[in-house]
Design a binder for this molecule. Structure first.
Ligand code: OGA
Ligand code: MN
Length: 298
């Protein structure tokens, strides 16, 4: 059956109604989903019946899955990341547990795995247990970086064009000093990288978007520390403008998919002590390193 969908906001996001992601997806439907990802960046599929295996099988339709840098954060499948304040044994974790702190870090605007030289392409997040419907918080919010770039002034576009941001997986230890240090091997495999602040998209006729995060450092290369941090602070505020944003309010068994190349996301803070929130995530690896306005167009 042909895919049916509706728009979720004027700027981006669609809801697909008639796909069962636990089953095999036909090639024609897969190409429709790929087209929707490219054009609408965010996809919502409700009432899905998934587990770790089924989620990774579905996500593999879109590319190779990433493996998380820290070994002990995963459950049975190393390609599935737990986004949960509940232990695998079903016990509620303390707010100071490192697994909960890792999720609190998701309250900062980011794209997944920007700390890799080739950052991720897509993320798939599935809700096993979510907050009650009348409770505020725990939503996942997205901001459209193509739109955010287009809305900059000409002067800002010129100023940002040559700049880069440093992205470091280890930076969470600076933001959250109570986290235990990474192992030697983990540090060895994920040294800091830098990416252009303006991302160029060869598959969109070389269109530009903003590309930065607030969970992997605040340093901008080409600026003093203070100036870089001030610009970073300004960017965080700028992308939070509701005209670029869409918020997903979770229901159990929701699956959402987003394009990390053009959207930032963050979780809205909630009462981590009071409510259980259990999601699982699969992430499809990117294929190309990040091009900036000064990269050669090859
Ligand atoms: C993630 C993430 C947001 C959320 O898993 O990468 O940012 O709402 N999650 O839990
Ligand atoms: Mn994330």
């Amino acid at each position: 059956m042909e895919i049916q969908y509706k728009l979720l906001s004027p700027n981006f996001g669609v809801e697909i109604n008639n796909i069962d992601c636990s089953k095999e997806i036909s090639n024609s439907n897969l190409s429709i989903i790929n087209k929707l990802i490219q054009e609408k960046h965010f996809i919502y599929l409700k009432d899905q019946s998934l587990d770790e295996k089924k989620l990774s099988n579905f996500a593999k339709n879109f590319g190779k899955l990433e493996v998380y840098p820290e070994k002990d954060k995963t459950k049975k499948f190393k390609q599935i990341f737990n986004v949960s304040n509940v232990s695998p044994e079903g016990i509620k974790l303390e707010p100071n547990d490192q697994r909960v702190i890792l999720q609190k870090n998701n309250e900062r605007w980011h794209t997944d795995s920007s700390y890799r030289f080739i950052p991720s392409y897509l993320s798939f997040l599935y809700g096993l247990e979510v907050l009650p419907p009348n409770v505020k918080g725990g939503e996942t919010e997205f901001s459209n970086m193509l739109l955010a770039y287009d809305s900059l002034t000409k002067k800002q576009k010129q100023k940002f064009a040559p700049l880069h941001q440093v992205h470091s997986y280890n930076d969470i230890r600076r933001l959250e000093p109570s986290m235990p240090p990474l192992s030697h091997e983990e540090r060895e495999n994920f040294p800091p990288v830098s990416h252009p602040l303006i991302r160029v998209h060869p598959d969109r006729s070389f269109k530009y978007s903003l590309f930065f995060t607030s969970n992997t450092s605040q340093e901008i290369s080409g600026m003093t520390l203070t100036k870089g941090r001030n610009l970073h602070k300004w960017l965080v505020k700028y992308v939070s403008n509701s005209k670029f944003c869409y918020k997903h309010k979770w229901k159990k068994n929701d699956l959402i998919i987003w394009d990390n190349r053009v959207l930032l996301h963050r979780v809205k803070s909630y009462d981590y002590k009071k409510y259980k929130r259990v999601l699982i995530r699969a992430t499809v690896a990117g294929k190309n390193y990040v091009l900036g306005p000064y990269s050669n167009k090859i």
